[in-house]
Design a protein around this ligand. Structure first.
Ligand code: A2P
Length: 343
């Protein structure tokens, strides 16, 4: 049994973590929810019990004898406190981008590179990849094994949940304002997104880099190859859309071999936690309202390029809060327990 801490317990991903930890039967001896001083005393529910939120400090991990610490409170919080948890002997599973590209920190999607978990010993930290990257690599891995992927072009349609509770609230407030004919006032209050998100799409997630791409887009480039141990050329355009939860992606995949749609369907369907949903005659394809609250990465609209037999196009949707964050983190914990926990 393990003492478990959730850092960011009052956030969108933190709240989901409590549900998923229970659903995946992680053997929890003690649950310790942690957040900022603002939230001390608030109650969260885990496995039908109520727990009071405690303040995140460097000392709390040693005091509470934490074995597994999930971090989902932003990069600067992880930078400061994840090393405290690791030096107190916990394995940190970090949801932020802070440690992801460090050489001696594993970046893990358990269905793809569970063997990398062993590297956790070096720093005591395992990084959870970017949400858009997780659902993309879950679709790419079986296709890479079948057709040898050389290049991927992806456009994302990312939900507001990716910006946390505040992002979802900003969309809801603006939608309400629209129905009350008060949008002008509400838009003045925009805090999370650079522009009005209601009834709009914004081709801008995270900050712009010198190369003209955003940091979110570069995460998809770099993290994909770290997870898959490949050298695939990736180009991403990341777009925020007025959806509450679940990201969608239009992906174009260039392969070394000729692609075959039937083989693609089969290898995708056979892959763990991936499901093909593709029957266009019946208007069946993945959408955010289908993926939300599930742990499945759905793939549809699978088709061969009209001009090039080595190119495949598809559409991938998954719940960003679960598959893209909480569920992947808990799947990492489960694998860690299986592979490393009893050593
Ligand atoms: P709090 O509610 O006390 O601010 P989201 O991603 O949904 O915006 O949630 C962010 C989470 O990270 C919340 O649980 C928030 O707690 C937590 N958090 C933010 N800043 C800090 C901090 N400096 N120390 C501890 N927890 C923090």
């Amino acid at each position: 049994m393990y003492n478990v801490a959730v850092v960011g317990a009052t956030g969108a991903v933190g709240e989901e973590l409590f549900k998923v930890i229970e659903e995946y039967n992680i053997p929890v001896k003690k649950m310790v929810p942690l957040a900022s001083a603002r939230s001390v005393g608030k109650e969260i529910e885990f496995a039908a019990n109520k727990y009071k939120v405690k303040e995140l400090t460097c000392e709390v991990f040693e005091q509470e004898e934490i074995d597994i610490a999930f971090f989902s409170a932003g990069g600067s919080v992880s930078a400061k406190f994840a090393p405290c948890a690791a030096s107190a002997g916990a394995v940190v599973i970090d949801n932020t981008s802070h440690f992801r590209m460090d050489k001696d920190i594993p970046l893990v999607v358990p269905e793809i590179n569970p063997e990398d978990i062993a590297l956790w010993q070096k720093r005591g930290i395992i990084a959870n990849p970017n949400c858009s990257t997780i659902q993309m690599v879950l679709a790419l891995k079986p296709l890479h094994d079948a057709f040898n992927i050389k290049r991927v072009d992806v456009a994302t349609y990312q939900a507001t949940s990716g910006a946390g509770k505040k992002g979802m609230e900003e969309l809801m407030n603006q939608m309400q304002a629209i129905f009350n004919f008060k949008l002008d006032k509400e838009v003045e209050k925009k805090e999370v997104f650079a522009h009005q998100i209601a009834l709009n799409v914004i081709p801008h997630i995270d900050r712009f880099m010198d190369n003209g791409y955003t940091k979110e887009e570069m995460k998809m480039v770099n993290e994909t190859n770290k997870i898959m141990h490949t050298n695939i050329a990736v180009s991403a355009t990341c777009v925020r859309v007025p959806v509450l939860r679940s990201h969608s992606e239009a992906i174009t995949i260039h392969c070394e071999k000729d692609v075959d749609v039937e083989i693609a369907r089969k290898v995708l369907n056979d892959f763990e936690d991936v499901e093909v949903m593709d029957d266009v005659e019946k208007n069946i394809y993945p959408m955010p309202i289908i993926a939300t609250d599930t742990d499945i990465t759905y793939v549809g609209r699978i088709r061969k390029d009209i001009f090039d037999s080595k190119i495949l196009h598809l559409w991938v949707v998954a719940d960003q809060v679960r598959v893209g964050a909480a569920t992947n983190a808990v799947r990492i914990a489960k694998k860690w327990i299986e592979l490393e926990g009893n050593k």
